[in-house]
Ligand binder design. Structure first.
Ligand code: SER
Length: 317
């Protein structure tokens, strides 16, 4: 039986992943790690143990790992791309110094570690279409620079110390539970909230800007499936390209309009977000993930749109 610690359990991914993992492995076996100011509530608090777990505090992290006999860590602590540009030092402290603490505890205690990378780990020199698994990675955002560093150090700990590190390069993640906050791909979440509320959506990303995207249920499957994968099959570790769809603002607008005919969108392009979006790939090639651990998404744009709109309506958004 696994004992799992989710660091960042109250964030966009963590809030849903923690619940999914508790369903799979039992509530008592999944610790919801959080930082002060982002305390778990409701299902997250009641469904199993929770503990203060700040990646910048290595000793505190080691204590939680010992207390709950943790053998697997989902390290989801991060600042997203736009907010990281405003606080570059903090982004590095969490994404790189924090990762170092996680990996040191993993080395000492024999933990498996999942850390998500991102499409942000690519940059202007990267082939933008069908971006290969192994290619040029020269990002210009501190978010991307810290993600590339994370990929390299995680592989280093695997090669040098045998630590079981694994990760995926997530595209923009779209969900109806916890909002992302501070990312370049957030528009693809915000647009659904506007549509369901009957508001005109003001789009910060220009028409024709394609980025990879994924619905959260597929992202959760990726997290679980990769950590369950047979290590003998893994030729790569950190981090696998994964994608489910690629669209520009116009395509998602029309997908929504098919279900909400009165929906309106206007463009108010944000220069900072647009520069970041333009430096990221249009579409990833995720063949290696498909071959090495049977990655397969279930939701395309129309299926996600139908599900998301009905869920948001059910929630009374
Ligand atoms: N969703 C992230 C962001 O926009 C990218 O991984 O920052």
């Amino acid at each position: 039986m696994k004992n799992i610690l989710v660091i960042g359990s109250t964030g966009q991914i963590g809030s849903e992943l923690t619940v999914r993992l508790r369903g799979l492995y039992g509530g008592a076996h999944v610790v919801a790690g959080y930082v002060h100011g982002a305390e778990p509530v409701g299902e997250l608090l009641e469904g199993g143990p929770s503990a203060v777990c700040d990646v910048t505090d290595g000793e505190g992290l080691a204590r939680v790992v010992r207390q709950y006999s943790v053998d697997t860590v989902y390290n989801l602590a991060a600042l997203l791309s736009v907010v990281a540009e405003l606080k570059p030092r903090l982004a590095w402290k969490i994404g790189v110094d924090g990762l170092w603490n996680v990996l040191e505890v993993a080395r000492e205690s024999g933990l498996s570690v999942f850390t998500p990378s991102s499409i942000g780990a690519f940059g202007p020199g990267t082939p933008p279409d069908h971006t290969p698994q192994d290619t040029i990675q020269r990002p210009r955002t501190i978010y991307g620079i810290s993600k590339v560093t994370m990929e390299l150090i995680s592989d280093y700990y695997h090669m040098r110390y045998g630590v079981d590190t694994r990760g995926v390069r997530f595209p923009g993640l779209i969900s109806y539970v916890t909002p992302p906050g501070g990312g370049t791909t957030d528009y693809a979440v915000d647009i659904y909230y506007s549509a369901v509320r009957g508001e005109t959506f003001s789009c910060p990303i220009a028409k024709g800007t394609y980025m990879d995207m994924m619905y959260m249920p597929d992202a959760l499957n990726a997290c679980v499936r990769l950590m369950e994968a047979d290590p003998a099959r893994l030729l790569h570790r950190n981090s696998f390209n994964v994608t489910a769809m690629s669209f520009d603002p116009d395509e998602v607008y029309h997908a929504i309009k098919a279900l909400c005919p009165d929906f309106k969108m206007e463009y108010q392009v944000d220069a900072v977000k647009q520069a970041i979006a333009s430096s990221w790939p249009n579409s990833l090639d995720d063949t290696c993930a498909r071959e090495e651990w049977d990655w397969q998404p279930h939701f395309d744009l129309p299926a996600m749109t139908a599900d998301l709109i009905s869920r948001l309506r059910q929630r009374g958004v």
